[in-house]
Design a protein around this ligand. Structure first.
Ligand code: C2E
Ligand code: CA
Ligand code: CA
Length: 694
């Protein structure tokens, strides 16, 4: 018996009889509490507290067993109800049982009370359980029918016991056709015996299997379904049923396939994209490793397609790209894959790289054949970069990136070039790229500085000026020499900004020295070709001088031959405009050009700087010495000053002075100096070192 006492509600007017019932229950070993009521009101009040059982007299002065039964029924409570009565006729007994009493016990046979109570309680418990099970079954049946997923229940041997409406809809078999049949009728033939064997092993081992499966409908159509099979076991752990729940995932799969396709293909050409190319290369590499064969990755980029696209307009440009993609695809074997990487970049994976050059040439020829667009014949050409497995890289990502590097290298050779990846070149390329991006912001970040190299009169050793030389002091790279970054700055088009910055810095420096009482007669600033091409060069130089408050004759601009001899109208106009302002013009690296005497006549100069190579050869090379003498004579005849660069030795200075050269610049006198150092060395009118006069 359970620990919680049985709560007995006794409808009885006689306390003595109540005592007898109590004793009778106790004798039978019941653990109970007993509440006695004798009126309807008391009875109703106690019922509300949900007793476990009602024992009731049949006839009471103010109440009755029948009334008690009726009240119980009307409240909806289902409680065991046993009549305990002094006398009850057969008719009354029938009435009582009919009205819902579970049993009756005569007061003079109270010995039977225990058994009657026990049975009534047990009956009730069973009835309650059955009712709950019924309700669950009804619920299950509703669910079974209404869910959108197909359901199939089989017995342990696999015979179909039940299916639902969704089963009928998905498979096309009616309930009548399915029941008694075997799920084999749904087999699509797309899975082998091992597949089903594994499925059943899993079900029997874990009680469940989940996965995707192809089945066949009654009409023969095959469809994919997402299936869950569960085992239902009895209390003895024996399999009672298998329950299969499945969903037709054909639509989902189709959508997935579509998304998958879009994610792996280029929308314009329908060719595989970069992602899929990766996969294809991976596949090719797996095969190549297994067979110990090489693989080549080619990247073809159309030459100046930007311009073609601009000329054609975007719609025809797209058509052009589509056509190029088609041609590349046609040109290749079925084992080779083609992809489109970027706007006008295509990639090819070759299984047989022995032919790589001829394939690349053939591709270029095919691409370069005229395309008729909108009644026009349009021709585009392509350059190709190539990387090889296993020589250059061992994974897809690196092969692609190396082929791209090779392509960039190839492109520097002009149109329709082909380039193979070379590690050394690649490194130089990467370094250059890194440097490029750093250099772009250098001026803005305050990383540029200017040093000034004194220029000394060879006649009397006095300081007559200084050349401004820019340096790039990068926090990590250290001081980058201009010989490295100036050409790069020219190439990427930032030399104009750098040059303008140096010009202003130099002019400001001279002006601030002026203000501090130190007079540097002039400063020379180097000018690059791109600066000369700017139509507003003279104006901006004038603006700087005005702004800083420096007289034009205090500034000299140094040009190289290649800059001065460009012969463009713009350059010539810029040079005369500069002369008009009154700034000096010096020819840098003089003597190295093709026809220096020609330069002297054609360009409005006022100074030439004899190149360092002539100065270095003094004392060892008679021809250079002759050249220096000739240059000085020519220059003097034209009224130009001469400056010798790179003077390192006293003997060189002597020779130059004797030859009539006016000014010397070089390590003999000073290296390029920071402004403070220059000021410290020359503020008290000190003359240059190496002249013997300092
Ligand atoms: P450059 O105009 O011919 O400048 C002279 C170079 O010779 C400087 O090199 C200078 O430091 C170096 N030099 C001076 N004396 C001697 C010497 O006695 N012996 C030797 N071996 N070398 C000496 P730096 O400063 O490295 O400049 C190299 C080049 O960079 C310059 O050649 C010039 O073409 C360019 N550059 C420098 N600053 C600027 C600038 O602000 N703008 C432009 N566009 N180019 C610049
Ligand atoms: Ca110079
Ligand atoms: Ca020079």
């Amino acid at each position: 018996m359970s620990d919680t006492p049985l709560r007995v509600l006794l409808v009885e007017d006689s306390p003595l009889d109540a005592e007898l019932v109590s004793i009778g229950l106790a004798d039978e070993g019941f653990h109970f509490t007993l509440t006695r009521v004798e009126t309807e009101a008391e009875y109703r009040a106690q019922l509300a507290g949900h007793p476990d059982i009602v024992l009731s007299d049949w006839r009471l002065p103010r109440f009755s067993g029948l009334a008690a039964l009726n009240i119980l029924r009307e409240t909806g409570l289902r409680l065991p109800f046993v009549i305990v009565s002094g006398s009850i006729g057969e008719e009354m007994a029938v009435d009582a049982l009919h009205a819902g009493a579970d049993d009756y016990v005569l007061k003079d046979r109270l010995a039977r009370l225990g058994a009657a109570v026990r049975r009534a309680l047990a009956d009730h418990r069973q009835r309650a359980e059955r009712a709950r099970a019924d309700a669950e079954l009804r619920l299950a049946a509703t669910v079974f029918e209404s869910i959108g997923e197909g359901l199939m229940v089989t017995d342990p041997s696999g015979t179909i016991l039940a299916v639902n409406r969704a089963f009928e809809e998905i498979t096309g078999y009616s309930e009548a056709e399915a029941i008694g049949g075997n799920p084999r009728m749904l087999k699509s033939g797309r899975h082998d015996a091992a597949f089903y064997r594994l499925m059943w092993t899993t079900i029997n081992a874990t009680g469940r299997w989940r996965g995707e499966l192809w089945n066949r409908r009654k009409n023969g159509g095959v469809y994919p379904e997402w299936l869950t099979v569960n085992v239902v076991k009895g209390p003895d752990d024996k399999v009672l049923h298998y329950v299969a729940v499945f969903r037709d995932v054909g639509d989902v799969k189709q959508a997935q396939a579509q998304i998958d396709y879009l994610a792996h293909h280029d929308a314009l050409t329908g060719l595989p994209n970069r992602i899929l190319l990766h996969d294809r290369i991976d596949q090719a590499l797996r095969r190549a490793r297994a067979e110990a064969t090489p693989v080549a990755v080619l990247i073809l980029d159309l030459d100046s397609f930007g311009a073609v696209n601009d000329a054609l307009g975007p719609a025809l440009g797209d058509e052009m790209l589509w056509e190029v993609g088609r041609r590349i695809g046609e040109q290749l074997g079925s084992r080779d894959s083609v992809a489109r990487l970027g706007s006008d970049e295509f990639a090819v994976v070759l299984d047989d790289p022995a032919q790589v050059v001829s394939v690349a040439r053939a591709l270029q020829e095919r691409v370069a054949a005229p395309v008729e667009l909108d009644e026009r014949q349009v021709v585009v050409t392509g350059s190709i970069g190539i990387s090889l497995f296993p020589d250059d890289a061992s994974d897809a990502g690196q092969l692609i990136s190396h082929a791209e590097t090779a392509l960039r290298q190839a492109k520097t050779q002009g149109r329709e070039s082909i380039g193979f990846f070379e590690a050394g070149l690649a490194r130089a390329f990467e370094e250059r790229l890194a440097l490029e991006s750093l250099l772009r912001g250098a001026a803005g970040r305050g990383e540029l500085i200017v040093q000034y190299q004194p220029q000394i009169s060879l006649a009397n050793g006095t300081l007559i000026g200084a050349e401004a030389l820019v340096r790039w002091r990068h926090p990590e790279l250290g001081v980058v020499p201009p010989a490295v970054f100036v050409p790069l700055a020219e190439e990427i088009g930032v030399i104009g900004d750098i040059g303008a910055w140096v010009l202003r810095a130099a002019c400001r420096q001279v002006a601030s020295w002026d203000a501090a009482g130190f007079h540097l007669p002039h400063v020379a600033v180097n000018l690059s070709a791109q600066q000369l091409d700017r139509p507003d060069l003279a104006d901006s130089v004038r603006a700087v001088l005005l702004d800083v408050g420096l007289a034009p004759e205090r500034l000299a601009l140094e040009l190289t031959e290649s800059v001065a001899m460009r012969g463009t109208v713009e350059a010539a106009a810029a040079l005369s405009a500069l002369r008009e302002i009154g700034v000096g013009l010096a020819m840098d690296d003089f003597g190295t050009g093709q026809s220096w005497w020609d330069q002297l006549r054609r360009i409005p100069l006022d100074c030439v700087k004899i190149d360092i190579s002539f100065v270095a050869a003094i004392g060892t090379d008679k021809a250079s010495e002759e050249a220096i003498r000739a240059m000085v004579v020519f220059a003097r005849n034209l009224g130009l000053q001469t400056v010798a660069e790179g003077v390192e030795q006293q003997s060189q200075a002597e020779f130059l002075r004797e030859a009539g050269c006016d000014v010397g610049q070089g390590y003999l006198f000073d290296r390029p100096l920071y402004p403070d150092d220059l000021l410290a060395a020359y503020r008290h009118g000190a003359v240059g070192r190496g002249t013997g006069k300092r």
